[in-house]
Design a protein around this ligand. Sequence first.
Ligand code: SAM
Length: 294
Amino acid sequence: MASTGLDATAVEANEEAIRAWDGPLFDRFLQFKHLMTDGLGVHGDAALELLAPQHGERALDIGCGFGDTTEQLAALIGPESEALGVDAAPRFIEHARAAAAEHGVANARFMVADVQTMEPRESYEIAFSRFGTMFFANPVAAMRNVRRALSPGGRLVMTVWRNRADNDWIYRAQTIVEGIVDRPTEYDEPTCGPGPFSMADADTTSAIMLAAGFHDVALHRCDLPILIGRDLQEAIALVTALGPAGEILRLAGDRAAHLHAKVQAELERGMSDLLGPDGVRAGASTWLVSARVP
Ligand SMILES: C[S@@+](CC[C@H](N)C(=O)[O-])C[C@H]1O[C@@H](n2cnc3c(N)ncnc32)[C@H](O)[C@@H]1O
């Protein structure tokens, strides 16, 4: 374990997070894949635009999930070069490989790797992540590994969530659910580590990046509403399956079963104004974090 550079607590927390991503979270992301990739995709597209991949650059996609952004990177850098998607959860990688093969994308490769403990052997000019860097027990160790994977002058852009209050799409459901269900203090389910808002604080995130050895760290605020459901029921299903509201319900399990009808009714009442002609859209706010290797 010492070779990973992580202490025992971080190793344990990280192993639990990976179990969560390869287990219940994978199942839930798969159920809502169309919203994850298309709905949240607008923030990923803004990050890709900022990164501006050039033809021939080698690209690393961190926490690549289903690999759709790895495929986008592969298209932007062209067939002569290669995009590598890494993810700690084998089921995501299996899915990403199958999707790239189905789409005929030959220059996207995928690898199971825990970014926190990986020993980078190759060298990339660009690193990218859409919501794949917020779940590390030791983010400095993880981002240091990303920095080591980049060649001198290498660039990174990653999308991370800004504060909850500016993310109506997830915060509204959280406040409604918290008003009805107590977050359990004891549970058997694995959790996904520090959670989606771990990089919301600009000072903390820039300190992590600087400690990891990056230069020219800049955080660009990106406010773009996102589609969270084609109808109200799908949006409610999404926010009760994923994110902070979903986590409270997942951890409470059957103990909260008697409250589910009340949760559903309150969510219908509290989210109905988000429904428009093309589905349910809500405010979403991210940081596009850019940085460079000297
Ligand atoms: C919120 S999902 C984002 C997935 C994808 N980038 C997207 O935008 O659809 C977070 C991803 O990070 C991965 N992940 C979490 N911890 C990781 C780690 N230590 N190393 C590599 N990947 C990790 C998860 O397995 C999951 O696929």
